[in-house]
Design a protein. Structure first.
Length: 207
């Protein structure tokens, strides 16, 4: 997917978060949450706990995507994980620290974030909005955009360009599959890496 975004001149790849819990790739539609510092938040901040509205209205094939102002406190915790897991939410991405990581691991719930911390957000962070366009690790993300996150990082795909990006990604995947098949048949890596898809497909078909 990242190669497809590059080919189309689109931003969307994030590579500096780490997997904190869960093993499966996180794939689905983004549901955004924007956190800000309590000092910079609205004059009358919501009394609702951070991210609870996003979790309560999301389900399978959706991913909670949390923008974080970078303070050394958690933007996600164990009860949110439990609620999200029970609703079948695909996973959570936090551009900041996360707490209660052991609980998330025990549930097998997938979270990518910047670090683990025991420090609460209480009195430090407030929710500025949810289901609005956010900036996540320098990338603009809107609710409904497509997300894929795995051990290599995160890719966000704008919803209105999704068909184009997916088709280009299929082309890249087909070429890489042909390259892999050529290697399996004994070709050397120098010849494989320089060949076109048509050349590779022809070699594999006649082997």
């Amino acid at each position: 997917m990242s190669d497809a975004l590059d080919a189309l001149g689109l931003p969307g790849a994030v590579s500096d978060l780490i997997r904190l819990s869960g093993d499966a790739p996180v794939v689905g539609r983004a549901v955004t949450v924007d956190l800000v510092s309590a000092e910079q938040g609205p004059a009358a901040p919501s009394t609702r706990h951070l991210a609870t509205a996003a979790v309560a209205t999301s389900g399978p094939e959706e991913v909670i995507v949390v923008a974080h102002p970078g303070l050394p406190c958690a933007g996600w915790g164990g009860l949110l994980t439990k609620a999200a897991s029970l609703r079948g939410i695909a996973g959570t991405l936090v551009d900041g620290p996360v707490r209660d990581v052991d609980e998330s691991r025990a549930l097998g719930y997938s979270i990518l974030g910047r670090s683990a911390t025991p420090v609460t957000a209480r009195g430090r962070l407030v929710e500025d909005s949810w289901s609005e366009t956010i900036t996540f690790a320098g990338v603009r993300v809107a609710t409904g955009d497509l997300v894929r996150a795995d051990g290599s990082g995160i890719v966000f795909i704008p919803f209105d360009r999704a068909a184009e990006v997916i088709e280009r990604a299929r082309q890249f995947a087909a070429r890489e599959s042909a390259m892999s098949a050529a290697l399996d048949q004994g070709e050397v890596i120098t010849a494989v890496m320089g060949a076109s898809y048509e050349e590779l497909a022809g070699r594999v078909a006649h082997s």
